[in-house]
Ligand binder design. Structure first.
Ligand SMILES: Nc1ncnc2c1ncn2[C@@H]1O[C@H](COP(=O)(O)OP(=O)(O)OP(=O)(O)O)[C@@H](O)[C@H]1O
Ligand SMILES: Nc1ncnc2c1ncn2[C@@H]1O[C@H](COP(=O)(O)OP(=O)(O)OP(=O)(O)O)[C@@H](O)[C@H]1O
Length: 571
């Protein structure tokens, strides 16, 4: 028997933030042994990050509140330990990477963790280069961390944590902004580090399927501040209750279920490789595809936005600036913009909105956009940033949505009418007199969309609207966007979620190294191996399932699955 020794123990532990009326964590009993790898999952606001903050000492040192019961980390009671002491025990990679950077360059930032340990200069250089190599960020070492793309920031933050060599590594949503291939690489890397250092790894993530691409010891489900399951992944998947609490199940499991396959009869559900070779499963999956009728792809060819040789270079250090993007977005399109972290997706959207200079031309309904100011453009093209908190400037919902109209001098009645209309479309009318601070993330996101809809733009561009969201909020945001699209809005959306791309969008633009490398149907994009590799994409597990069971045509299987989900939504 392997000797196990607890490194984290919660005993009848409850915690109430000073500013909250009720406890956020309730009666937590949890033991994690040295060297274990644990996933913590659960809906937004359930208390996952709060548990994380106990592990790294932010609770009770920075986030003060009432504790009852005990929490012992590496032999120390968190109530009797200061932040500095715990910093040697737990390394944390946060959801919000921006607040984590201290160096002037990426290289300095990564080195910082080592300099803390008083290592010699040349050893530091070597280690930094080794990790930068491993993480594919060598070309960024001289850049300022503030200028990186969202995904690049996340990888740099990861490097800092990995080289720190603490006994507990805590990752709070490490995948939220990563492209699919980087996400997989990151999970493999975490696994490798864990083995090398024999570290205890705690991962907080909504993307359960991706985390499960590497072995896990246990999954802990949190709901409403309580632990509702603490099980080995296989046992939890057999119970098949993830979606009941708003956590997305792995796609291949949902597909098996759709085809009427009894999950109880499958011994190991943790990965497609572990599924049994079975004629019967093959037959059932194939029969299910044969029974579904496929919908035709939507064809549209009235041009709305024409991009001709579009590009932008931020500075001379930039290795692959966005260059020569030429394509036409048609009226009614729902376009996904996908690809490699740092490829230029956000930059393209900034160019379209006029926030940064453009080396090419853009026509909107046939007119050149160059003569329009940012303000004039925003009446035609609405841009929704990833973080709603960065967009919101007012206290009250009504005022936030009315802001654009007030700035443009509309009269009071017209403002009221338009704001109410937009709030109704966004399902926020009942909240019209509420302060924004009382809303959840998904609701805030809809406020920022409402604030854009009042100006009646024909095109709406959204930057990763579902990143870091739980399954419920994800579905809420996406069905809402789908409705807007059906009402005639043209939508462009940046995303790293391959399934989202396939289910919701009718067309994909894929980027790599500053270039548009594909412009096609979402499903077609994932049929070409070389494209997938170049754009850092990944096939969903539906393909792997179809291949494993030798279905006649994997793409047809994937389409059948997506159609059946679409129909379920429309019903
Ligand atoms: N510093 C704080 N002060 C007061 N309340 C807080 C604080 N941080 C979190 N909370 C509250 O505690 C609850 C749980 O938040 P927590 O961040 O732990 O959730 P989570 O499960 O990590 O959610 P998400 O998936 O959205 O990140 C929320 O209702 C939140 O409003
Ligand atoms: N303000 C800036 N100054 C200098 N370089 C920048 C700036 N903003 C972005 N870059 C660089 O431009 C490139 C493209 O960045 P962009 O944000 O468009 O990428 P992205 O495709 O949206 O990436 P992600 O998927 O990670 O969000 C990156 O290499 C990034 O480092």
């Amino acid at each position: 028997m392997v000797m196990t020794e607890p490194i984290i123990t919660f005993k009848d532990f409850s915690f109430k933030y000073d500013s909250q009326a009720f406890p956020t964590l309730k009666n937590i009993n949890l033991t994690i042994n040295k060297g274990e790898k644990i996933l913590i999952a659960g809906p937004s606001g359930s208390g996952k990050s709060t548990i994380g903050r106990c592990l790294n000492g932010l609770i009770p040192n920075i986030d003060t509140g009432d504790i009852s019961g005990k929490c012992i980390i590496n032999g120390k009671n968190i109530e009797e330990t200061n932040l500095f002491e715990l910093s040697f025990t737990t390394s944390t990679i946060l959801q919000d990477t921006d607040s984590q950077f201290i160096g002037l360059t990426v290289g300095e930032d990564i080195a910082f963790a080592l300099e803390n340990d008083c290592q010699p200069q040349n050893r530091i250089r070597q280690t930094v280069h080794r990790w930068a190599d491993e993480l594919n960020i060598s070309h960024l070492l001289k850049q300022s961390p503030q200028n990186l793309s969202g995904g690049q920031k996340q990888i740099v933050a990861l490097a800092g944590v990995l080289i720190d060599e603490s006994p507990i590594l805590l990752f709070d949503e490490p995948l939220a902004n990563l492209d699919p291939a980087s996400g997989m690489r990151t999970m493999a890397l975490i696994d490798q580090i864990q083995k090398e250092l024999n570290a205890t790894v705690i991962i907080i993530e909504h993307r359960v399927e991706e985390v499960m691409s590497q072995p896990l010891d246990r999954i802990i489900l949190i709901n409403d501040g309580e632990i509702i399951a603490d099980k080995r992944p296989n046992d939890l998947l057999h119970e098949n209750k993830l979606e009941d609490i708003g956590v997305r199940s792995p796609l291949y499991i949902k597909a098996l279920e759709k085809a009427g396959i009894n999950l109880e009869e499958i011994p190991n559900l943790t990965s497609i490789n572990e599924l049994p070779d079975s004629e019967e499963i093959s037959r059932k999956l194939q029969a299910w595809v044969n029974n579904s009728t496929l919908q035709g792809e939507k064809e549209q060819d009235v041009p709305l936005l024409e991009l001709k040789g579009v590009g932008h270079r931020y500075n001379r250090l930039q290795v692959n600036p966005l260059h020569d993007v030429t394509t036409t977005i048609n009226k009614g399109d729902f376009v996904s913009i996908v690809g490699q972290n740092g490829a230029g997706k956000t930059t393209l959207c900034r160019i379209i909105c006029g926030f940064v200079a453009n080396e090419g031309r853009i026509l909107f309904n046939g007119d050149d956009l160059v003569s329009l100011s940012i303000k004039e453009r925003s009446e035609k093209i609405g841009y929704v940033m990833q973080d709603p908190n960065q967009m919101i400037s007012q206290k009250m919902i009504f005022d936030e949505v009315a802001l654009g109209l007030r700035l443009r001098g509309y009269d009071k009645n017209e403002i009221k009418k338009r704001v109410y209309d937009a709030l109704k479309i966004c399902g926020l009318y009942p909240f019209r007199n509420w302060p924004i601070s009382a809303l959840s993330f998904g609701q805030k996101k809809r406020v920022t969309i409402a604030a854009i809809l009042v100006l009646k733009p024909e095109l709406i561009i959204l930057d990763e609207p579902t990143a870091g969201q739980d399954w419920k909020t994800y579905t809420e945001i996406m069905s809402f966007l789908k409705k807007l699209n059906q009402q005639g809005k043209t939508i462009m959306i940046i995303t790293h979620d391959m399934y989202l791309m396939m289910e919701y969008t009718n067309r994909s633009l894929a980027f790599a190294d500053g270039k548009l490398i594909a412009d096609t149907y979402p499903i077609k994009l994932l049929t070409e191996k070389s494209l997938i590799k170049k754009a850092s994409l990944k096939r969903t597990s539906l393909y792997d399932l179809a291949q494993k069971y030798h279905l006649r045509d994997a793409d047809t299987f994937v389409r059948a699955y997506i159609d059946s989900e679409r129909n379920k939504q429309n019903a």
